[in-house]
Design a protein around this ligand. Structure first.
Ligand SMILES: Nc1nc2c(ncn2[C@@H]2O[C@H](COP(=O)(O)OP(=O)(O)OP(=O)(O)O)[C@@H](O)[C@H]2O)c(=O)[nH]1
Ligand SMILES: [Mg+2]
Length: 384
């Protein structure tokens, strides 16, 4: 079960403190000690158990299925988010994608014919949902094989199998964020303009606080007007410190934040950065420089480098992953805005073509709208 129930706000750590302007001479006087890695533990628990017996369809259904309100799948009217279970919320978020797919597949449950025409239609449907060519081919060919092997005849069985195959593919990128207990654990957040970095940082902070961690945010977007203020709003909402400076070297701000977190024994630093396009080479190179400076403070940092992707981007997400990965060696992804797109299949394309762990998905603009990625829930959300 999803365990965010314990809220441990560490009073003095979570209080807002002054964000002092960065001093030019602020190289640490004493060589910062390499943080001792004591033990590693799961930062965010996975929503689902890992082992799933093969060939047991029932096992593919989310464990929390029993909590599901029967109307959640069909009813289009927005529910009170707080009342939705984890998988319901994901389902709600994937509604547009699911509608696009199941609109095309709706006749499937009743059809007796699984013929080439059906496979062609399915192929087009998956491509239209941005599953991508390679993943679509893999899914269809596996589906054909298993339909034959398992002697399936009707569309309902086939739909279950399709969901299972999709879930298996998505499992390649279902890997939770692991917190190594080093202080501070540094998360660097990168991505193109408007992908949802800053908003996601606000939501992620909330998740981490709910896990009992203390968090400090670094306003590393020193480029866009009002970026600092936007981040400060999220800091205030979460009651955590945001370190920012008036003038603009992102590396310096992040370095400053790490020092501050170290001094206050804060668990996690999340660093925002300015949006940049994969084609803006000098800006992409700047990220590598930021990473270098972070390593001056702690050579094991950043412990997590996350690319935030906007689901509306579609297939371009693959290219973004390639370019950012080359520049800063990504360790994780976050896919945002799944609630606003019919292109949620892009996650399957990523699992096939650029399988970097998808840590979280964004399914809305509110503070609780960031969810741990679960392959099973996602497949269920896409196909119902
Ligand atoms: N519907 C929806 N909107 C989102 C989600 N995540 C972010 N947004 C919205 O996307 C817009 C851009 O978000 P930001 O967080 O400012 O994006 P950013 O990547 O920091 O943008 P820059 O700093 O300009 O590069 C905002 O209006 C957010 O509310 C999501 O999961 N769902
Ligand atoms: Mg931003």
């Amino acid at each position: 079960m999803f365990d965010f129930l314990k809220k441990i706000f560490k009073g003095d750590e979570s209080k807002k403190i002054d964000s002092k302007p960065f001093k030019k001479t602020s190289k640490p006087k004493t060589e910062p000690k390499k943080p001792a890695v004591t033990k590693s533990k799961t930062l965010i628990k996975e929503p689902n158990k890992k082992t799933k017996p093969k060939n047991e369809e029932a096992q593919l259904k989310p464990a929390k299925k029993t909590e599901t309100k029967p109307s959640a799948d069909q009813d289009d009217t927005p529910k009170k988010d707080e009342k939705l279970s984890f998988s319901e919320k994901i389902k709600q978020g994937l509604k547009k994608t699911r509608d696009a797919i199941s609109g095309n597949l709706s006749a499937l449950s009743f059809t007796k014919n699984i013929d080439q025409e059906f496979y062609d239609e399915l192929e087009m449907t998956l491509i239209a949902a941005d599953v991508g060519y390679a993943a679509t081919q893999q899914i269809i060919s596996e589906l054909k094989d298993r339909v034959k092997k398992e002697k399936l005849e009707d569309g309902a069985q086939l739909k279950s199998l399709l969901k299972k195959i999709l879930s298996e593919l998505l499992q390649h990128i279902e890997k939770p964020l692991i917190h190594i207990e080093t202080t501070p654990f540094v998360i660097l957040v990168v991505g193109v303009n408007g992908a949802g970095k800053t908003t996601t940082i606000g939501k992620l902070t909330k998740l981490l606080l709910d896990e009992g961690k203390s968090v400090l945010i670094a306003a590393g977007d020193t480029f866009r007007a009002a970026a600092k203020e936007q981040l400060q709003v999220w800091g205030d909402r979460n009651n955590v410190t945001v370190i920012s400076q008036d003038t603009g070297d992102p590396s310096a701000v992040i370095f400053d934040a790490m020092q501050s977190a170290k001094a206050k024994a804060i668990d996690i630093v999340i660093a925002d950065t300015a949006g940049r396009l994969p084609t803006q080479k000098h800006l992409i190179d700047e990220l590598a420089k930021i990473k270098k400076v972070i390593k001056k403070f702690d050579e094991t940092a950043p412990h997590e480098t996350i690319l935030v992707l906007d689901a509306n981007t579609g297939q371009n997400a693959i290219n973004q992953i390639k370019v950012f990965n080359e520049a800063v060696s990504l360790t994780g992804l976050i896919m945002t805005k799944l609630d606003g797109t019919a292109k949620g299949g892009i996650v399957a394309a990523i699992a096939k073509e650029q399988p970097i762990p998808l840590r979280f998905i964004g399914v809305g603009e509110k503070i609780d709208d960031l969810k741990i990625f679960s392959a099973e829930d996602y497949a269920e959300g896409m196909l119902e």
